[in-house]
Design a protein around this ligand. Structure first.
Ligand SMILES: Nc1ncnc2c1ncn2[C@@H]1O[C@H](COP(=O)(O)OP(=O)(O)OP(=O)(O)O)[C@@H](O)[C@H]1O
Length: 561
């Protein structure tokens, strides 16, 4: 990676001045990508009668694209600060004019904060020039949103959505001169329906969702449906090539489950999300379209789960009154039930894909695998290759596995969360046009427990004889129609042997689709590569970016953060 200081040298300076920062003289320089400042400390050593002017410098730099705003420093603020200074800090009194640059500062665990840096000068005109030139550079950043449509779910999570937006997000949008239209939802699906038909989307550069994953799903469905309607595409057709949405979606986390935000930003923090929106970050994301025959069911961006995860969700819905504890209780109940389900999974492997579900390459900011996006031409080519092969192979490039499954999961992202830091599929990618299909076959309770346990540590959860994982572009599931099946032939684990009764599989489970239960067990799923874009940049390798340039403003905050 190129050092910021090198960029400063190689790119022409737009502006250079000696100003004061924190009562020390600094050299401040701006080019089209970096604002940097360097402390000048003159220690006049006199030896052998020769005056020696030495510079010891503390350098700082911020990328122009991470500047939130620049403004004249409030007169009162400036005077107050000056009055409170001691005599030793008097030079600032000689420099009464000032401007403040607000910029992104990285703190621990992928959190961003807005940090103010104030520069003082005796020359008012010079301060105004700095403000003007920095603003000119900011206006060249065309990816930044200027106008946003914000939907707030006032009942998401702990019901703090409105307060979070008003206190933490709106002031930042104001500073960045972003205009907003805010809609506080009055019922479930209010945001989805408004986006589908009423909203005048031409006015906006993006849509912001204040709430949890359920609220995000509403925005996702509203925006995709609207885009297809406006483009004359029929999303009901399972083979329709969907048109990518032009508006970005921003997520301000304010729900009880905020997995999409966590997976795309690395933290669930409203201020961090607001800053990613302000700087106009862009993270493409795959979306799975789910159909039952020719009926469109839903879109999914994170997890489609049949069997274990479908049952956990179905059971938890029956005990909503228990609050978030219902998921633990339902998980335990489902685990003890130890059901399995028979059916056929058919899938189209992503053979030309660069990555593999077990290659341990995690999807991170600027992910090379997601950048190697297959064009629809490549996918067509892959399909026709498969078709050619199909002359010999009856499956037409598709593979089919019939069996008895405890769980069938399709992870379109790692699905990492605080409880499972690696997630269900640690190497799944946000935008490579595939989903990781994980099949957990019938096994003993103890084995299944061992498999589940691996989600909480760093061991390979696919390294079990009863687990297989395939990276796929499409898949189908057809449940087996049959009577109740006995688990007699299961290898008996210590846990199950303690029980005197046998377990029986009910014939069907339900699919959990990003936390919503689907009405059909037989489904067809097709991954729509990079159908949407979020105001995010994926999870940054934080330590790496701190170490790469010592000349950086990105100092870590104390561990309290
Ligand atoms: N004004 C409203 N009144 C009732 N429900 C709403 C309203 N606005 C949105 N919703 C619905 O609330 C559901 C949950 O919202 P959200 O995801 O923001 O919060 P959550 O606490 O994370 O949800 P969950 O109950 O799924 O954990 C969404 O499916 C959404 O459709």
């Amino acid at each position: 990676m190129t050092r910021l200081s090198d960029i400063m040298e190689t790119q022409g300076k737009l502006l250079y001045s000696k100003l004061f920062h924190k009562h020390r003289q600094v050299e401040v320089a701006l080019n089209c990508s970096i604002l940097s400042w360097k402390e000048i400390e003159r220690s006049r050593k006199r030896s052998s009668g020769i005056s020696n002017s030495a510079e010891t410098a503390h350098s700082h730099a911020v990328q122009v694209c991470e500047i939130v705003s620049v403004c004249k420093t409030d007169e009162q603020e400036n005077t107050k600060t000056r009055r409170s200074r001691t005599n030793a800090e008097q030079p600032s009194q000689l420099y009464p004019h000032a401007f403040t640059v607000s910029c992104v500062r990285r703190t621990r665990q992928h959190r961003w904060r807005c940090s103010d840096v104030t520069f003082h000068s005796a020359n008012q005109g010079l301060c105004e020039q700095w403000i003007q030139v920095i603003n000119e550079q900011l206006s060249l950043l065309t990816n930044r949103p200027k106008s946003l449509l914000v939907y707030i779910n006032p009942f998401g999570g702990k019901r703090h959505g409105k307060r979070i937006y008003e206190r933490k997000v709106a002031p930042l949008f104001g500073r960045a001169c972003i205009s907003t239209d805010v809609i506080v939802t009055e019922r479930a699906n209010h945001a989805r329906d408004h986006l589908k038909t009423e909203a005048n989307l031409d006015k906006y550069d993006g849509v912001v969702c204040v709430g949890g994953d359920g609220m995000f799903s509403e925005i996702l469905h509203g925006l995709i449906t609207r885009t297809q309607t406006d483009s004359g595409v029929d999303q009901k057709q399972p083979d329709a090539e969907l048109v990518p949405c032009s508006l970005h979606i921003g997520i301000i986390p304010a729900g009880s489950t905020d997995c999409i935000c966590f997976a795309t930003v690395g933290t669930n923090d409203p201020v961090t999300s607001a800053l990613h929106i302000i700087v106009g970050d862009s993270q493409p994301m795959d979306v799975c379209s789910v159909h039952h025959n020719d009926t469109f069911l839903r879109y999914s961006v994170s997890l489609l789960g049949y069997g274990f995860y479908g049952d956990v969700l179905t059971n938890s819905e029956r005990t909503r009154f228990l609050g978030p504890a219902r998921y633990d209780l339902s998980g335990l109940k489902t685990f003890l039930s130890h059901n399995y389900y028979e059916g056929t999974v058919s899938f189209l492997p992503a053979e030309n894909n660069v990555g593999d579900p077990r290659d341990k390459l995690q999807c991170r900011s600027g992910c090379p695998i997601c950048q190697h996006k297959p064009s629809s031409k490549d996918v067509q080519c892959e399909m026709s290759e498969k078709k050619e092969k199909s002359d010999e192979d009856v499956s037409g490039g598709w593979r089919a596995i019939r069996g008895r499954f405890i769980a069938i999961n399709a992870a379109s992202m790692s699905c990492a969360c605080p409880r499972s830091p690696q997630g269900l599929s640690p190497s799944a990618h946000l935008a490579d046009g595939t989903t990781d299909l994980i099949l957990v076959r019938k096994c003993s309770r103890l084995d299944f427990f061992r498999h589940l346990l691996r989600h909480t540590n760093k061991e390979d959860q696919f390294d079990h004889s009863f687990v297989e994982v395939h990276r796929v572009r499409k898949f189908r599931f057809q449940p087996q129609q049959h009577e109740l099946v006995s688990l007699e032939d299961l290898s008996v684990s210590p846990i199950s042997s303690a029980q005197t009764t046998y377990n029986y599989s009910t014939s069907h489970s339900r699919w959990s689709c990003d936390g919503e239960i689907l009405p059909h067990a037989a489904i067809q799923v097709s991954v729509q590569c990079q159908l949407i874009r979020l105001f995010a940049r994926g999870i940054e390798e934080q330590q790496q970016c701190l170490l790469e340039d010592p000349c950086t403003l990105w100092a870590l905050e104390p561990s309290t953060h």
